[in-house]
Design a protein around this ligand. Structure first.
Ligand code: RIB
Ligand code: CA
Length: 312
């Protein structure tokens, strides 16, 4: 039985690959809908990019919704310096023809969870947690409907990528992250500790390009663009492919290892705002609210990605 999921996303080249992987894996994943959130680029671009990606996958039947355009309490911080002006710089992809759904993304999340039985819908946030937190705040009754939240965000040993202390998705809306991490829903976290071990080396990107398909070439061109930032900053042999760790986990969870620990979010101090304070060593008796991943079989991950992207 495929797992029913809602992807909440701020595309973003790595979000794009996560969405493509999900749409290429119908045996394991049923994408109920995609909700866009402001993050890497403003909402008018993230919702448009989500539709562009669905068309690239040949899945114009996918329902795409626009959610929140600003964080719960703070000004929006974007990341054009990483993802480019459009958020999908790299490949030349046509403007979308498929319609954006009328309903607001937060209403879609609430209505969909209310329409499903207890613990049957998985939420896959790939960007700031504004939409998810807004839905939980407005309709706390939906939290028990969530089977699992599998999100990309946070960091512990890797510390921050947007500030010395914080990872981008959490930093953009720390109040939203605090609501989600305290919600009581089962949470599995793909932090930078894992994603920074999933580097798109030249050989791995060549494998995408060698697929020779529209999708394979587009993914290689996305990576060619957004890897320049990380390679320069970290001197690494490629960019971390963050968000597809979320959808890969739904297909092959054994690729990942981690610990069930307490994770709290810094929402007060300017110095450490958005930090995921992860009790990896169990030095407190705080409630263990999250499965925090720490390692990945990186080659297995890229083999899965290449094999599945070939299907589109
Ligand atoms: O810090 C990495 C995360 O921020 C990824 O989800 C990337 O797409 C950006 O949203
Ligand atoms: Ca993202």
């Amino acid at each position: 039985m495929p797992r029913k999921i809602i992807i909440d996303t701020d595309p973003g080249q790595d979000d794009a690959v996560a969405i493509l992987l999900a749409l290429a894996s119908p045996e394991e994943i049923e994408v109920l809908g995609i909700t866009a959130v402001a993050g890497n680029v403003p909402l008018d671009l993230t919702e448009k990019n989500a539709r562009i990606i669905c068309e690239l996958a040949g899945r114009t039947d996918t329902k795409v919704y626009a959610g929140c355009d600003v964080p719960l309490q703070r000004k929006l911080v974007t990341a054009e310096h990483v993802h480019g002006k459009t958020g999908l710089n790299g490949p030349k992809l046509p403007d979308p023809k498929m319609e954006l759904q009328e309903k607001h993304g937060v209403d879609y999340i609430i209505d969909t969870l209310r329409d499903h039985d207890h613990g049957t819908v998985t939420l896959c946030p790939l960007g700031p947690l504004t939409n998810i937190a807004s839905a939980f705040k407005r309709a706390p009754d939906i939290i028990e409907k969530v089977q699992e939240i599998v999100l990309m965000g946070g960091a512990y040993f890797e510390v921050g990528n947007i500030t010395p202390a914080a990872e981008f998705n959490i930093y953009v809306d720390p109040e939203a992250a605090a609501i989600v991490f305290r919600s009581g829903a089962p949470i599995t976290v793909m932090p930078l500790d894992v994603t920074h071990k999933a580097l798109v080396t030249p050989a791995r990107n060549d494998a995408f390009r060698a697929l020779g398909t529209k999708v394979g070439v587009a993914v290689a061109e996305m990576t060619d663009f957004f890897e320049r930032f990380d390679k320069e900053k970290y001197g690494s042999d490629g960019a971390p492919l963050h968000d597809p760790c979320v959808t890969a986990y739904l297909i092959r969870p054994e690729l990942f290892t981690g610990r069930k620990i307490n994770v709290e979010i810094e929402t007060i101090s300017d110095l450490t705002l958005g930090m995921t304070v992860a009790d990896w060593w169990g030095v407190t008796d705080r409630h263990k609210n999250a499965m925090f991943m720490g390692d990945i079989d990186a080659q297995g991950y890229f083999d899965l990605l290449t094999e599945r992207l070939a299907r589109l």
